[in-house]
Write a protein that binds this ligand. Sequence first.
Ligand SMILES: [Zn+2]
Length: 138
Amino acid sequence: MKTGANQQELERLMELARKAAENSYSPYSKFRVGAALRLTNGETVTGTNVENVSYGLTICAERAALVRAVSQFGPGVRIAAVAVANLNGTASPPCGACRQVLAEFIEPEAAVVFPAADATRTMSFSELLPLGTEMKLK
Ligand SMILES: [Zn+2]
């Protein structure tokens, strides 16, 4: 078990992520994704992917949830655990852009649970993006 959340908590987060995916706006890809973040303040925030006809403007569920968390709780939010789910029955680990954006607010040992090619997988954030939380501007 990775740090940041116990198994029961991760299952609850996965369920919230699946529920958030039901709100997906994905008329182009039909790829319905949800994310749930557990914050260190004990709160949970969800997000879903929102596509755009100009494809590059699409925002992923993970970043949508993060933007919501900062909007709701302020710039000091810290992420303790992340769950990603989709309604398409396929793998959906957080994309590179989301990993970089999450790095700004996440604990290095936060658990990240997501559908992988074979099964649901749990990894620490530092395994997903080594050195990601060490990037700082001086
Ligand atoms: Zn992404």
